[in-house]
Design a protein around this ligand. Structure first.
Ligand SMILES: Cc1ncc(COP(=O)(O)O)c(C=O)c1O
Ligand SMILES: N[C@@H](CCOP(=O)(O)O)C(=O)O
Length: 462
């Protein structure tokens, strides 16, 4: 198994080199040269595996034996050993047609922990085994940053800098990142939005001289290992639902940067019997507009009750587009240049039909998000966080009769109490979240100015 760039101008790489490269050196995104296939018989054999066992089955399809099995096993068990649920990602049945896969039982109460606990272990392993310097640079709308910092905490030889949009993350997200007082952690609070933060880091990863001089490593979903680790819970959720291996299931996925749902697309391409992949977004509904009309046009950023999905430029969209154009790098590159030049991409005809066969989508309005939280709290006694509520609203709108849908609970409601309070519902914070309110914060406020951010990074990475 080799990994190649969507843009076609990077020599095929092995697994570890792909992890270290993060953003492909030609500006594209790394993808597997071929997608491993999982047969129905194999799926049936996997039905009784624990999360960690399943993780090992899936991840070893991609790792080329570059990591000895016992080492990988140790990483898997360490990564998921500190989750608060023994199943790691337990499934909560709401009704016969709706199940919620709770992805928030990791250290920072968000789905990002699932991939980033492993990524922290992996970076630490690579650093020790290969003597690589690991200087992480990431952008966050709140959850990736907190989970990445927790993923590498206390690990020798790793420095991490996270850019978050000033005043545009929830209070708990801000506290989770900024109460960490470790000398290897730098939080830059940027006067801008998430897209601005992501733009700066993409430019810095695209400057190959800067990238290699400062040993920049990515933790965002531009890094293929994030996508890979996230495919595991699609398989796990599917296998927990009763029934034969050929039963098809829908997944409704609260989406922003398109990483989580792209993992589902990959799982489907690997052979997981998924009927519909539902993209749930908020009022930043670029993905909904793309699925419904074929036009992908970033712009018009809006702050919503689900701030982690306040994203216009979805970084993994390029991976999907690559498959949509038949893995043709020249065609993909032409689309990406068009996006840069004209500010939009349009697909039509058979391509649009294929998009609509691959996905359905809903952009959930703020009011509908709160109504959904209120409804499920009242009817089922189950408190949804606002991102998850968007996923449940999409299930209601897009799920067909007699279809089973698994909606991802991407965060614990305590992370987004600003929105929950608006419904009038009270909630108790879990102790680790409550404790954050007593702790001092450490962050540096910077303008949305690449030169200023670069100065901060140079001083930090040394
Ligand atoms: C709570 C929550 N839900 C959903 C999303 C969207 O996921 P993705 O960016 O993978 O599409 C995010 C951020 O990524 C998030 O933090
Ligand atoms: N919502 C995300 C945005 C970054 O997404 P990523 O999956 O590319 O890391 C966040 O919480 O930061």
């Amino acid at each position: 198994m080799k990994f190649i760039s969507t843009r076609g101008n990077v020599e095929p790489k092995g697994f570890i080199d792909t992890v270290l490269m993060g953003l492909a050196d030609d500006g594209g995104l790394m993808v597997p040269s071929e997608i491993p296939q999982v047969s129905a018989a194999t799926l049936a054999e996997w039905r009784t595996l624990s999360y960690q066992e399943l993780f090992l089955k899936i991840v070893t399809l991609y790792t080329n034996d570059e990591i000895p099995y016992e080492d990988l096993k140790q990483m898997a068990y360490t990564s998921y050993g500190n989750f608060r649920a023994p199943e790691v990602t337990p499934l909560h049945k709401v009704s016969d047609s709706l199940h919620v896969l709770e992805l928030f039982h990791g250290p920072t109460f968000a789905f990002k922990d699932v991939a980033l606990q492993f990524m922290g272990e992996l970076y630490s392993y690579i650093s020790k085994k290969r003597g690589e310097i690991i200087h992480i640079l990431g952008a966050t709308s709140g959850d990736t940053g907190a989970a990445a910092i927790q993923g590498v905490r206390g690990k020798e030889g790793i420095k991490i800098c996270i850019l978050h949009p000033h005043g545009k993350v929830s209070k708990v997200q801000e506290l989770q990142m900024t109460t960490v007082d470790d000398s290897n952690v730098l939080n830059l609070s940027v006067e801008g939005n998430f897209d601005d933060c992501q733009q700066v880091i993409k430019e810095l990863f695209g400057d190959l001289d800067f990238k290699s001089r400062y040993h920049l490593r990515a933790i965002n979903s531009i890094n293929f290992v994030r996508i890979l680790a996230q495919t595991v819970y699609y398989f796990y959720a599917y296998l927990q639902i009763d029934g034969s291996a050929d039963k098809q299931i829908n997944f409704s996925v609260p989406s922003g940067n398109f990483g989580n749902i792209f993992s589902g697309y990959l799982a489907k391409r690997m052979g997981l019997p998924i009927r519909k992949l539902m993209i749930a977004t908020n009022e930043n509904n670029i993905l909904e507009r793309f699925v419904n009309t074929g036009e992908y046009k970033p712009g018009g950023f809006t702050s919503t009750y689900s701030p982690s999905m306040d994203i216009q430029v979805a970084s993994n969209f390029e991976r999907y587009l690559y498959y949509l154009v038949g893995e043709d790098s020249a065609k993909l590159s032409a689309y990406m240049s068009g996006l840069q030049r004209e500010g939009s991409i349009t697909v039509s005809g058979a391509d649009l039909q294929r998009v609509q066969a691959d996905f359905s989508a809903l952009g959930v309005k703020n009011a509908q998000c709160l109504e959904t939280i209120t409804k499920y709290s009242g009817e089922s006694g189950y408190l949804l966080d606002p991102h998850t509520a968007c996923g449940v609203a999409a299930y209601e709108a897009l799920g067909g009769p007699d279809e089973t849908t698994i909606t991802f609970a991407t965060a614990h409601p305590a992370k987004f109490n600003e929105a929950i309070q608006l419904t009038g519902i009270g909630q108790e914070f879990p102790a680790p979240i409550q404790a954050l309110f007593e702790m001092p914060q450490h962050q540096t406020l910077v303008d949305y100015d690449k030169a200023e951010i670069v100065r901060q990074l140079q001083a930090f990475y040394g």
